[in-house]
Design a protein around this ligand. Sequence first.
Ligand SMILES: NC(=O)c1ccc[n+]([C@@H]2O[C@H](COP(=O)([O-])OP(=O)(O)OC[C@H]3O[C@@H](n4cnc5c(N)ncnc54)[C@H](OP(=O)(O)O)[C@@H]3O)[C@@H](O)[C@H]2O)c1
Length: 293
Amino acid sequence: MTAERLDGKRVAAEIRQEVAADVAEFVASGGPTPCLAAVLVGEDPASQVYVRNKARACEKAGIDGRTHRLSADVGQTELLRLIAELNADPSVHGILVQLPLPDSSYDERAILDAVDPLKDVDAFSPINVGLLMQGRPRFLPCTPHGIVQLLGRYQLSVAGKRVCVVGRSDIVGKPMAMMLAQRTGTCGPEIANATVTLAHSRTADLGDVCRQADCLIAAVGRPEMITGDMIKPGAVVIDVGINRVGDKLVGDVAYDQACEVASAITPVPGGVGPLTIAMLLHNTLIAAKLQRS
Ligand SMILES: NC(=O)c1ccc[n+]([C@@H]2O[C@H](COP(=O)([O-])OP(=O)(O)OC[C@H]3O[C@@H](n4cnc5c(N)ncnc54)[C@H](OP(=O)(O)O)[C@@H]3O)[C@@H](O)[C@H]2O)c1
């Protein structure tokens, strides 16, 4: 079997066009230009690239993308002061604090909690996590939402199927599991009603657990740890991992091996990555709409 390659780049471009059209319509109807404020603390090279890409994507979608750059030693108090300012600024609709923060002197939880839940376009605040948990989300977290969109647009329904999510981070694994287990219509039209297993580093017999899955989603951060023999023949494989090995980016799934067994798979790069930014733009528009009403 040679798996179908799920083209996240193409789907992300499609979503970005849709968002751009919705932004134009919103502004034409008298709405404010949606604005996303990104806060970047320190000089981490990967974070600088992410923030630059987000700003470019905003511009193309007709969103005002602002970047606030702070030095690594600015400190918790100053950072909280900036977030309070952005919370109070009516021209800012979405706030994103680029992670990771430079060092452990920052209380990451307290900083993320300080973002106004109506401007929390990453959907990290306890209120937004709680709303998702209860099946009435305000914002969907960007990476899992991108995956839901990808599955939906390729008509890969998970209803009644077994999904295994490997990795239980607050950013990807946990919300992914929660979204796929929801009732129809909660987090996307068809992508719901899965029977979900959430695996992690303490899961016994990980290979056996993965092999039972009709859809396997890897969000671990370990290069190519999901090997071909861990995949059920015909399964759909979504690789969230982005790992730098030498001068190459590789996923959490051994791609060539997986292609022999799976029915469909996302590549790295060009799979899940581009979808995350597309869904961030989508959330910024939702934030602008919520704050208008
Ligand atoms: N494509 C995108 O847009 C995007 C967005 C976000 C993240 N990512 C990438 O996705 C990957 C995961 O990111 P993350 O933020 O979710 O990572 P994270 O916070 O480091 O969480 C990793 C998870 O993997 C689990 N894990 C670690 N080793 C394992 C093993 N040997 N077997 C089973 N589970 C294991 C951990 O289990 P424990 O909880 O037991 O420690 C943890 O739950 C990274 O490569 C990251 O760069 C991509």
